[in-house]
Design a protein around this ligand. Structure first.
Ligand code: PMP
Length: 383
């Protein structure tokens, strides 16, 4: 089968779109191949070899639980990724009468799910500080304590466009005190930032392809001792303790865990990202969105000095660089994303944003090569 549409493969040093997806890392690739070759049986089948697959599946559940810092592996449901996991929680919450609260900068897999399952009239949106991108904590406190029919709150851990890290630990505490279920879409946080700490969050989600694992595999963590029969993330089978139908993807699961483990040794790239930003800012012509708040170490959302972002992206692509005009999910949609609309930007500036998100293998040389390329495109466009 010839599935290659062309020979062009992006140079890993020039790939700066890690928040969209990451290349599969060596450890994940090896784990995937091993499981696909040796344990391809259906874990639900009854013969001996399938029993081994079943045991491996449960071992992997334990391993993932340990890796993300939760004690009870039964909390983990393997899913096809973060979109499915986010949708599952919000759909489940929507069965109860009442409202959902979300932040104004949620990923579409939360925002659209909330609008779809709850409807706009049952949705409360909590704004963020336009300079830092951080959610208004006073408003969070007010909503979780005062809104009587609140079913749950969903606030992401880190934003895919700006990289802004939300104070999810504080939010978890506020929700715990108020007795409100808390969901955090942690797809951009897990595997990028060191350490766990999510144990106190009732519901959270992760996605393997954001941290060097394959696409199409992720997980949802449910509250401890969760046995609500109304929760079925996907109808059609008894897998995952009856919580999600569908044959489990053992190679994908093994690869996800291998990827997560290998991220432990990833170098911190925030220094080089900061050097890159300082060089851009020195010219006085570029701006960085959300720079004053805590951000993922790999992400930089740049406001370009002139000309629509797509032109810059195309010219950078001609030079071999992969960057983004926003999140992959809204790239090409034509309108500014909800995230950009929440930040301190003029409407016109929103068509000039460029998101750069690097990976663990990119150091000063790679980031500064991108800087040089941006400056090169700038003078080209000014000619
Ligand atoms: N949430 C966030 C914050 C994301 O960045 C993404 C991926 N763009 C998703 C959810 C969806 O993840 P997946 O591709 O695994 O469905």
């Amino acid at each position: 089968m010839n599935f290659r549409l062309g020979k062009r493969v992006i140079d890993p040093g020039k790939y700066f779109d890690y928040n969209a997806t990451t290349p599969i890392c060596e450890a994940a690739r090896e784990a995937w191949l091993l499981m696909a070759d040796q344990h391809w049986e259906n874990p639900s089948s009854l013969y001996r070899e399938a029993g081994i697959a079943r045991r491996l599946l449960e071992d992997f559940r334990e391993e993932l639980a340990e890796e993300i810092g939760i004690e009870d592996a039964e909390r983990v449901v393997f899913t096809s990724g973060a979109t499915e996991a986010n949708n599952a929680v919000i759909q489940f919450w929507s069965h109860a009468p009442g409202k959902i609260a979300i932040s104004a900068v949620e990923h579409p897999s939360v925002r659209a799910a909330a609008a779809g399952f709850f409807g706009p009239e049952r949705m409360i949106e909590i704004g963020v500080d336009p300079i830092t991108g951080i959610i208004n904590l006073e408003e969070v406190e007010r909503v979780v304590t005062m809104v009587e029919d609140l079913v749950g709150l969903s606030v992401m851990a880190a934003n895919n466009e700006t990289g802004t890290i939300q104070p999810w630990d504080v939010i978890a505490e506020l929700c715990l005190e108020a007795g409100i279920p808390y969901h955090s879409d942690s797809a951009q946080w897990i595997g990028k930032e060191p350490g766990g700490g999510f144990a106190d969050i009732d519901y959270f989600t992760g996605s393997a392809h954001k941290f060097g694992g394959p696409k199409g595999i992720g997980f949802l963590v449910l509250p401890e001792n969760f046995d609500d029969c109304a929760f079925i993330g996907q109808l059609g089978g008894p897998q995952e303790n009856g919580r999600r139908g569908g044959t489990e993807d053992l190679p994908g699961i093994a690869a996800m865990i291998a990827a997560l483990k290998s991220q432990r040794n990833a170098p911190d790239v925030s220094d080089v990202r900061d050097l890159f930003e300082a060089a851009l800012l020195e010219s006085g012509e570029f701006k960085i969105v959300g720079k004053r708040g805590p951000r993922l170490a790999n992400t930089s959302m740049i406001v370009l000095p002139h000309t629509k972002n797509l032109k810059w992206l195309t010219r950078l692509s001609d030079r071999g660089f992969g960057v983004s005009t926003g999140s992959a999910c809204s790239a090409g949609a034509g309108n500014p994303s909800q995230v950009m609309m929440s930040m301190d930007l003029e409407f016109e500036e929103m068509s000039r944003v460029l998101r750069v998100s690097g990976g663990p293998g990119q150091g000063e040389a790679e980031w500064m090569a991108l800087y040089d390329a941006i400056i090169g495109v700038k003078s080209e466009l000014e000619d």
